[in-house]
Design a protein around this ligand. Structure first.
Ligand code: GLN
Length: 446
């Protein structure tokens, strides 16, 4: 049924870069056999899902929506894919994204633009736009995305679905093609909070193959699916409701906050004074790490290679000039500049210090509150093309999500109403490794 749905609507939505129809049907047939004989089955068994095209899938093209990896066939699976395999999911295919996850609208894909299923003229958000659009358009039951500065939560908000960015280190990054390693996390994009908890159960946990993976117990997240927020202390950070936040978005988010109050949560305003510096800090740190991570694409071992070259240096230059898109090149240049000797102290080191200040805002807030609540994005989905000429305006889309990655804390985006006919996302931010409480609060709205 899901494959038929893809055939019916993906021509318009364009969520998938690759659909693995044959493999999916084969796997489904195998699982049908298992269902007959196995006594207990994992809740994800036989569930068809999509994976963002920056997570390695053995023998299945993994392109990062970039020309430079257009033909890359990974020889191994990312740990999350391996884990989902163990739980019996069916891979439907790989979803479109901003090239190397750099972007907020999926317009930076080297291949094509994905549309928002609610309005085909609007963007689905990014960079995991293909994953969110696939779930919203019923082209997958759930999907995986990755989030460096908002790339799971923003598209989830724009497409009216649920998206969770886990605590840094809670989900293995092994096999996730790196963008900014100190910020990247993989997480679920689902139709509802119950599904989110089920996917979390499958993908969370320590992985010796990822040196930044945390050794923390994974609870059964379905245990937090309770309609009970009585006595929970909820902070509303005032800096997240300032200038630039649409009235319709504010209203939808405040309605949700009022509902939590009616249900017995205790609310109070909180100040996070370094919020304003989040974006600038991120746009030093993320490009710096990206410039280093993307140095490996040289046309030698895998991916695209330029055809006419004079010598090795010329091969590198031509391959990278032809293989990377404009936004990726912009980030590599910014990052290389910020890391270069003479500028390192002024930019990268300074940004790391400000990052600590941003994190301390969260530490302080969590001394008093169990969760914090904000909009996921200042506006609902914008029209395709509306911000492509102005990277700075595009960067502003992530003001509400970026500080969370800098601090390494978890956050979930859930739908909380509509503005101008398009979905609005509510962001619930939690203490490190306290995703359970996020699920508990989010479930109130289910
Ligand atoms: N939009 C932000 C960027 O372009 C965040 C992307 C992400 O989370 N991968 O870097």
């Amino acid at each position: 049924a899901v494959l038929n749905r893809i055939k019916d609507v993906d021509e318009k939505v364009r969520a998938y870069v690759t659909v693995t129809e044959e493999e999916a049907l084969k796997r489904a047939a195998e699982l049908d056999e298992e269902f007959k004989t196995m006594e207990s089955n994992s809740p994800l068994k036989g569930i068809p899902a999509a994976v963002k095209d920056n997570m390695c899938t053995r023998g299945i093209k993994t392109t990062c929506s970039s020309k430079i990896l257009y033909n890359f066939l990974p020889p191994y699976n990312a740990t999350v894919v391996e884990k989902l395999d163990e739980s019996g999911f069916i891979l439907l295919g790989k979803t479109n994204m901003d090239e190397f996850a750099m972007g907020s609208s999926t317009e930076n894909s080297a291949f094509f633009v994905t549309a928002n299923p609610w309005d085909l003229q609007a963007v689905p958000g990014g960079s995991s736009g293909g994953s969110a659009a696939a779930v919203a358009a019923d082209e997958a039951v759930f999907a995986l995305g990755s989030d460096t500065g908002g790339s799971i939560r923003l598209p989830a908000a724009f497409c009216g679905v649920v998206g969770l960015k886990p605590t840094y280190g809670y989900v293995s990054r092994y096999g996730l093609i790196a963008y900014a390693s100190s910020l990247d996390q993989i997480g679920p994009i689902t139709k509802d909070v119950t599904d989110c908890a089920l996917v979390m159960n499958a993908i969370f946990g320590h992985d010796p193959k990822d040196s930044t993976s945390a050794k923390v117990e994974v609870p059964d997240f379905t245990g937090f699916l309770k309609n009970d927020v009585r006595g929970l202390k909820i902070g509303v950070p005032k800096e997240y409701f300032g200038e630039g936040i649409h009235e319709g978005v504010k209203k939808a988010v405040w309605d949700a906050i009022e509902l939590l109050k009616d249900l017995g949560a205790e609310l109070d305003e909180v100040s996070m004074p370094h919020t304003d510096y989040g974006l600038a800090t991120y746009y030093i740190i993320a490009p710096a790490e990206a410039s280093s991570n993307l140095a490996r694409y040289d046309g030698i071992q895998y991916g695209y290679r330029a055809e006419n070259f004079q010598d090795l240096i010329d091969l590198y230059k031509k391959t990278r000039s032809e293989g990377f898109g404009p936004e990726v090149k912009r980030r590599i240049m910014l990052g290389t500049y910020a890391l270069s000797s003479g500028y390192y102290d002024a930019y990268y080191l300074k940004a790391q210090k400000v990052r600590t200040l941003v994190k301390q805002d969260f530490d302080r807030a969590f001394e008093k509150f169990d969760v914090l609540i904000s909009p996921t994005s200042p506006t609902p989905a914008f029209k395709i093309g509306a911000k492509t000429d102005d990277p700075l305006t595009m960067y502003l889309t992530d003001v509400c999500t970026i500080p969370i990655n800098l601090a390494g804390v978890p956050a979930i985006s859930i739908p909380c109403g509509f503005s101008e006919g398009l979905p609005v996302g509510l962001q619930i931010i939690g203490k490190p490794f306290d995703e359970g409480t996020l699920i508990r609060v989010a479930y109130t709205f289910e």
